[in-house]
Write a protein that binds this ligand. Sequence first.
Ligand code: NAP
Length: 323
Amino acid sequence: MKYISLGKTGLKVSCIWLGTWQFGSGSWGYGKSYSEKDCVEAIIASLEAGVNVIDTAEVYGAGVSEQIIGKTLKEYGDDVLVATKVAPHHLSYGEVLKACERSLKRLGVRTIDLYQIHFPNPLIPISQTMKAMEKLVKDGKIMHIGVSNFSLKQLVKAREALKSEDIVSNQVRYNLIQREIEKELYPYCVKEKITILAYSPLAQGVLTGRYGPQNLPRDIIRKINPLFGRRFLSKAQPLFDALKKLAEKYGATPGQIALSWITSRDENVAIAGAKNREQATINAAAGKIVLTPEEVSKLSELSDKAKPDFVDAMNVIPRLLGF
Ligand SMILES: NC(=O)c1ccc[n+]([C@@H]2O[C@H](COP(=O)([O-])OP(=O)(O)OC[C@H]3O[C@@H](n4cnc5c(N)ncnc54)[C@H](OP(=O)(O)O)[C@@H]3O)[C@@H](O)[C@H]2O)c1
């Protein structure tokens, strides 16, 4: 497993983190196709494979994700770091403090290692939120401050609002198909040593090569994701073929190659969501693969050709609303 420094903190974190939006989330099929036991096993398998950070959020499974992590770490996780997020409707000064207390309780820890603002909220001044975040650091309730889904402009503003701390990470959607951050956010973060935490690094499963026009996922989350549309899946076939070919070379899976396309460069982290032991083990093992710069470029070229041509609601709606 490759380890990198989180922001400028010097804290060593694995380049693959376990993502746990799936834990407790009925919209991903929790309770039907996988259970709490599977989630616990996914955590244990990740730790065994050298993953040392688990990513969650107060909203995942309405708190169930944090609870499952808390219960499991009590038994297995002495050296594990936890990254959680405060929801955008809890960003006023008082609400941040209260949300943090609730997360600490569910997680069963004294300190949250990385506390992230899940989405920006234009209705609440960022200075107010950051004042609360700095108080939490001062009180020892959180170790580091991160943001998520922040544009470059929002990130710069958020940093300016901090007095004694800095932002160590920005958790954003980034994968071989959805690369919008590369334009301005990515170079800024690399230059400023703000770690890019790439979410949906497998494009919610598209890049594992498991799904095709004849085999589509049935859960609500992916029914509304246009990447699972027949048109896009056909267009991206050359990219999927290249992932498969490289996977053969490395004795890996296409999904592992897609993860290593992110982690082979700079000091990036890929947060891979998993529903069970097997997926978590496979994803963690991607942290050992280092693609050559030529292989990274070749995949990027093929990804340019597969660029989706539909309107990306996930990206456009928040921008229209001024988020
Ligand atoms: N900050 C934010 O706003 C935000 C947004 C989204 C996600 N996140 C975080 O990032 C994490 C990852 O993102 P994501 O869950 O959206 O997408 P992802 O990691 O790209 O995809 C996860 C899905 O891919 C499939 N999968 C995972 N590993 C696999 C493997 N080894 N082989 C085959 N299939 C595999 C699983 O679904 P199936 O088995 O059903 O195919 C899994 O649910 C989340 O859990 C969460 O922690 C944050």
